[in-house]
Design a protein around this ligand. Structure first.
Ligand SMILES: Nc1ncnc2c1ncn2[C@@H]1O[C@H](COP(=O)(O)OP(=O)(O)OP(=O)(O)O)[C@@H](O)[C@H]1O
Ligand SMILES: [Mg+2]
Length: 593
């Protein structure tokens, strides 16, 4: 291999630079720019001139300063110790950097992404003479109290085990295995972020990605390994949705990427997450979370790096057989960074100035989600190993206009569309998911799962609610046109019940101790109670009971108050209330005849 190629800085245009004398440098290679050694990535080659996007602030550099190619693409280091970390877009640990350089991170700094001193309690699971290949487990370490980190043979490596470290304490850079061809393996390896990690094949998704949010789990469920976008205008509630899901979803591991959003939103996450407990294990939530942070005051080029860094970390745990969920808030800021860089490169602009390759970029990115069969060969249990990567991408269309390119292109490649509605947000209906605009392409494949595992009658109750909400929309139009007097009591009842569905079932306060999370049992049970109230009232109206008498009856208030009952113990209370409703309506009917 030749030594590093060093050229000269010939142009600086915001986050984009050009350097001459760089013959031999390849696309995607990392360069160190200027005397400060800022990190950049080659994004265009023109003869011996290369253009690079720079991940750090380029101000104060001079033309003629050196630009050095490192000969490698942007990569992340993978190994035990990732969980609980907070990184910037190029996997520099923010807490470590903060300690060394204060709140404003000095440019050109480097820091080890993983703690290389810490010793991990290693247990080998292969023996000398075993043939191993990509993805095979060599052994494991307890990364947290609840999660085993499986050390795998890195991609494109195989051989026979010549030596393997025995049970004991090792740090991540000590050799733990040697292959017969001389390859030495440690607990870590590097992987280029723009290249999807290999797997054997994609599998059909069959289990839901449960979010603990009623409107999503009941009406617009997504599969583990699927993807959803959360488009919404300014302040519509995108970040709260992403955070709620991070806290309560059924993934083993969360990668939360704050991309180009205001610093205080990320500060909230950084303040809040370390104090939260994981509802699954009772341990700290941070133990299953990795944060990647690139806020609006950080250089735009690093936004792209942050989403790729995030998804690569997610893939790495997926490859170990875990269900991983990645939150990206907001993918629009990444698209805007692409637009800025593209315009500085003077590329031909596409729709609304975004580069013409925007749709391909987004498609390739969403393609990295999925439920997969992991690579590995050693034995049967490992050969059957499955992992999944679910992606929830916030989209911030200006003015909440969903016809803009980022929303449209993301929509085409994701299976869930959770449309946030400014009007609902304005009337404090949260989460402001619009039930008419949103959809999920996964519901059909999830039906069998829900039928088998969710509370009884789930698909039927769901359909009932969907039909009522649709009828409600139609009736509202009639009311708008000719006034409420045109409606029959049965129709008025539909309006009232729909209002209850919206207020009691679809709304969910993220700040309520008892309702921020709704278990499937609670979600199913709450809807069931509402529907039983509806069916009983319907009957009562038929038998001549006045609608106002029904609606004024205290049992209605009891149903509405069920929402405030914690998921624990919910069904006990629900049964009492349902019995009350039935008795009350029978009483009203008896009195009417
Ligand atoms: N589920 C919820 N429960 C209660 N309040 C909520 C909920 N969702 C959103 N809100 C309220 O709406 C506010 C704005 O929400 P959020 O910050 O998530 O919006 P956003 O779409 O991310 O905004 P931006 O466009 O600025 O990023 C929150 O601070 C909170 O007060
Ligand atoms: Mg936000």
């Amino acid at each position: 291999m030749q030594g590093p190629i060093i050229g000269k800085l010939s142009r600086i245009s915001g986050p984009m630079i050009a350097a001459d004398g760089m013959l031999g440098v390849g696309m995607g290679e990392i360069v160190r720019v200027g005397k400060m050694g800022l990190m950049g990535e080659v994004i265009r080659i023109d003869g011996e001139t290369v253009y690079a996007q720079v991940y750090e602030d380029t101000s104060g550099m001079y033309l003629g300063e050196p630009v050095e190619s490192l000969g490698t693409p942007l990569s992340v280091e993978l190994g035990p110790g990732l969980l609980g970390m907070t990184y910037d877009g190029i996997q520099r640990p923010l807490i470590t950097l903060q300690k060394s350089s204060g709140d404003f991170i000095a440019r050109g700094l480097t820091a080890e992404p993983l703690d290389y001193v810490r010793k991990w309690a290693w247990t080998p699971t292969v023996k000398v003479g075993d043939s191993v290949t990509t993805g095979d487990f060599l052994g494991n370490v307890p990364e947290t109290e609840f999660l085993k980190h499986y050390v795998m043979v890195p991609p494109n490596i195989s051989g026979k085990i010549a030596s393997i470290a025995g049970t004991g304490e090792y740090n991540i850079h000590e050799t733990i295995a040697t292959l017969d061809n001389g390859t030495q393996l440690t607990m870590t390896h590097k992987w280029p972020v723009k290249r999807p990690r290999p797997f054997r094949r994609k599998l059909p998704a069959v289990t839901p990605f449960i979010t603990g949010q009623r409107v999503l789990d009941m009406l617009f469920p997504v599969v583990l390994g699927g993807s959803a976008i959360v488009p919404g205008g300014f302040g519509a509630g995108k970040t709260v949705v992403e955070q709620q899901i991070s806290k309560f979803c059924n993934a083993d591991i969360i990668v939360y990427v704050g991309c180009g959003e205001r610093g205080n939103e990320m500060a909230d996450v950084l303040d809040e997450f370390p104090h939260l407990t994981d509802p699954k294990t009772g341990g700290p939530l941070m133990n299953r979370t990795i944060l990647v942070v690139n806020t609006s005051n950080m250089p735009v080029a690093a936004r792209e790096a942050s989403v790729y860094t995030g998804i690569t970390l997610a893939e790495y745990y997926r490859d170990q057989g875990y269900d991983v969920a990645m939150m990206a808030d907001s993918t629009s800021r990444w698209a805007e960074a692409l637009r800025e860089i593209s315009s500085r490169l003077e590329e031909m602009p596409g729709e609304e100035g975004y580069p013409t390759y925007l749709s391909a970029r987004l498609a390739d990115f969403y393609e990295r989600t999925g439920r997969i069969e992991c690579l590995s060969t050693v034995n049967d249990t490992q050969a059957m190993r499955h992992g999944s990567l679910t992606l929830v991408g916030a989209v911030s269309p200006a003015g909440g206009d969903f016809s803009e390119p980022v929303t449209q292109n993301s929509m085409r490649v994701s299976g869930g569309f959770w449309a946030l509605d400014a009007k609902l947000a304005y009337s404090r209906h949260y989460p402001s998911v619009n039930w008419n605009q949103s959809y999920s392409l996964y519901f059909k494949e999830l039906q069998p799962w829900f039928r088998e595992n969710a509370p009884k009658g789930w698909p039927e109750r769901r359909q009932q609610a969907v039909d009522l909400l649709q009828k409600d929309t139609e009736l509202q139009e009639i009311v708008q046109l000719v006034g409420p007097d045109a409606l029959q009591d049965q129709e008025r009842l539909i309006l009232e019940i729909s209002r209850m569905i919206k207020e009691v079932f679809l709304q969910q306060n993220a700040y309520s101790d008892d309702d921020a999370y709704s278990s499937l049992e609670k979600t199913g049970g709450l809807l069931e109670a509402l529907m039983i109230f509806y069916e009983e009232s319907q009957q009562a109206v038929q038998k001549g009971v006045h609608l106002t008498t029904i609606l004024r009856h205290p049992s209605r208030e009891e149903v509405a108050r069920l929402r405030e009952i914690n998921s624990n113990g919910f069904m006990t209370k629900q049964k009492v209330v349902v019995d009350q409703v039935k008795a009350a309506m029978q009483g009203l009917i008896a009195a009417a005849v």
